[in-house]
Design a protein around this ligand. Sequence first.
Ligand SMILES: [Zn+2]
Length: 125
Amino acid sequence: MQAGLAERPRAWVPMSYVKLERRPPPWWRSQAETVDQMQAKHWDVTSRCSTCHLVMRVNLAVISKVSGGETSLWNRRQRCRRLHCTGFVTFSARPPELMQPFALMSAWPEDREPGWWRKPHGARR
Ligand SMILES: [Zn+2]
């Protein structure tokens, strides 16, 4: 074995660091629950129909305008928009720091209170 190996500098990430790709769904959910938060973090969100396999980019700005910025897409199923299709779509997201998208399916993040994302009264974020 090479002599210098043991003297190599330690990794500069803490021991508890988990690669982003390995983080569990509740962690991602705790980063962005609502369409406004996903938009602010530049998540690329798509919908996919389990029946006709139509994949569409989700326009977060439109959902925010129509349904409200606190709308959540986690664990949501929506009717497919394709004409004559009776299927349902589910949602996936890809944050800019990830190469691969993940399904927006997750249990509630344990460390979060219900409604944690709401702006404090009168505050702007
Ligand atoms: Zn469809």
